[in-house]
Design a protein around this ligand. Structure first.
Ligand SMILES: [Cu+2]
Length: 340
């Protein structure tokens, strides 16, 4: 109630100030002194433009310098070097243009503010100038776009045959991780098979699914290609691993993928940063609902030998929950029994 009254009070006050200003303007028009007022208000506005340039420009620089470390997280993947290079080249080109145009944008209103005895120059067109400012940005932008496109088609090209496959499925509000086991082939899945015990809807009648296993942590080997197969169970999510420079949407009904080569183990990165607590992580970057912020998974990059050892120690879905094998064909079950 008080809030409402205060709002009404503020509104009334603002409308009174506005009315006083209007009356004053009208009186000055009648008196003939309005021209003087216009020129003094022009002057104030012109100065405010410069004040804005200095204050907001200063704030921008202060913030950029203060937060600079956040713009250059250490890179832990091969393609990350390329994407960062592209980022900084684009930043340099657009940054210089941004600075020049915006300094002029705010300085010109000051420099060319209204003066009684000054007449504006009549300058209708200049074909040469038009061609220059169309062709030069055209060439520069085409260069940026083409180099970005080439890098992107390299990064999104099919993964090498020997890539280690990891499936990542997003749902409200977590990630489920599935490994293909020894055969490196993920078993089929079908959303209609989703149950409380089988959250990823894995089809255990497919023999490739028999040795599939799950893990709370995404463990991957250093220096070897890793292929993330990404999907979502309910709404849009997005897999974001900033140190890997990896970002890919998780879309229900439309599986996506991203392959990369990690270049530093978690232990190496901890040493580099001098932070024994450091962990690579996956975060969700699609505002997917109330628990969006809790969608975090740790990525652990280890040496290849350690990775092989870890894989061989994992228990398959069926080993942890034999009931999942209920109702599947005897033939397939036998394979499962052998592997138990
Ligand atoms: Cu999400």
């Amino acid at each position: 109630m008080y809030g409402f009254l205060i709002a009404v009070g503020v509104l009334l006050l603002l409308s009174i100030i506005w009315m006083v200003y209007r009356i004053q303007t009208l009186v000055s028009v009648v008196k003939g002194s309005d021209k003087k007022i216009a020129s003094s208000s022009n002057k104030i506005n012109a100065i405010l433009f410069v004040v804005f340039l200095v204050a907001v420009g200063g704030l921008m620089f202060w913030y950029s310098i203060k937060e600079f470390d956040n713009y250059q997280l250490p890179i832990a993947s091969e393609h990350g070097v390329v994407t960062d290079q592209l980022f900084w080249i684009t930043m340099a080109v657009t940054g210089v243009v941004f600075l020049i145009t915006h300094v002029l944008l705010f300085i010109f209103p000051y420099k060319y503010q209204y003066k009684e005895n000054r007449k504006a120059t009549f300058y209708p067109d200049n074909n040469k100038l038009e061609i220059i400012w169309t062709v030069v940005p055209g060439i520069v932008l085409a260069g940026l776009v083409i180099s970005g496109w080439m890098a992107w088609s390299d990064i999104t090209a099919p993964a090498p045959e020997n890539a280690h496959v990891v499936e990542i499925m997003g749902y409200q509000f977590a990630w489920d991780i599935r490994y293909p086991g020894k055969d490196n082939i993920l078993g089929d899945y079908d959303y209609r098979l989703t149950t409380a015990q089988n959250g990823m809807g894995v089809d255990f009648s497919d023999k490739n699914a028999i040795d599939d296993f799950s893990s709370p942590v995404v463990v991957i080997p250093k220096g070897e290609p890793v292929l993330f197969k990404i999907r979502a169970r309910d709404v849009l999510h997005s897999v974001f691993a900033p140190h890997m420079r990896l970002k890919m949407d998780a879309v229900p009904g439309m599986p996506t993928r991203f392959w990369f080569v990690p270049t530093k183990t978690t232990a190496e990165m901890r040493e580099e940063l001098g932070n024994p607590e450091f962990n690579y992580e996956i975060a969700c970057t699609e505002i997917c609902g109330q628990g969006h912020n809790s969608m975090r998974r740790v990525i652990e990059v280890v040496e290849p030998a350690e990775y092989q050892k870890w894989v061989s120690e994992q228990k398959t879905f069926i080993q942890t929950n034999p009931a999942l094998a209920d109702g599947i064909e005897v033939e397939v079950k036998e394979v499962a029994d052998i592997q138990k």
